[in-house]
Ligand binder design. Structure first.
Ligand code: K1U
Ligand code: ZN
Length: 169
């Protein structure tokens, strides 16, 4: 298990489309362990593999409250198979855009098909914070960031701020 560096805006790898995982092997098992450790260390409630520069369709999430035991979830090749008409607004953050939070509107409930860490097919219905988080993470697998849902003014402002910070090292 290793803590892995999280890539930060404007790293262009955040815009890559991640590839599906074909089979479970020891490399994927190690990557899952690294992602969970990196997510808890950050700390964050979710992580997509591309955020540690691994362009594969793998997501970890733990939305347990701070007084609850850890509840790590692993999603391999997740796909949204249904989304509710009704929407929910939630404040979002991103470990790849540190210390920036904005409200985003998304479907309030989604059904997600995925493979678990034994590579068994599963389907879950998600609502609340889990629904917000899984949609945010699946967006990462498609090169989409939560700032893409903001006004052009806000998106350009935050993009310029992070580009300047990257130039200044
Ligand atoms: O994908 C990521 O960058 C992780 C991101 C997930 C997320 C947060 C909020 C709404 C949607 C998706 C984060 O975990 S940002 C950090 C964060 O929200 C948090 C950190 C510590 C405690 C509680 C929340
Ligand atoms: Zn994110």
């Amino acid at each position: 298990m290793a803590l892995r560096p999280i890539i930060i805006l404007p790293d262009t790898r955040l815009r890559e489309i991640s590839r599906p995982i074909e089979r479970l092997d020891s490399a994927t098992g190690s990557l899952i362990e690294d992602m969970l450790a990196t997510m808890y260390d950050a700390p964050g409630i979710g992580l997509a593999a591309i955020q540690i520069a691994e362009p594969v369709r793998l997501v970890t999430i733990d939305v347990a409250g701070k007084d609850e035991p850890p509840a790590p979830m692993v999603f391999i090749n997740p796909e949204i198979t249904w989304a509710s008409e009704d929407k929910n607004v939630h404040e979002e953050g991103c470990l790849s855009i540190p210390d920036y939070y904005e409200e985003v509107e998304r479907p309030s409930r989604v059904r997600v098909r995925f493979r678990d860490r034994e590579f068994k097919e599963q389907e879950i219905d998600a609502d609340g914070l889990l629904a917000t988080c899984i949609q945010h993470e699946i967006d990462h697998l498609n090169g989409v960031l939560f700032i893409d849902y903001l006004s052009r003014l806000k998106r350009e402002r935050v993009t310029k701020k992070f580009a300047k910070a990257a130039r200044q090292g």
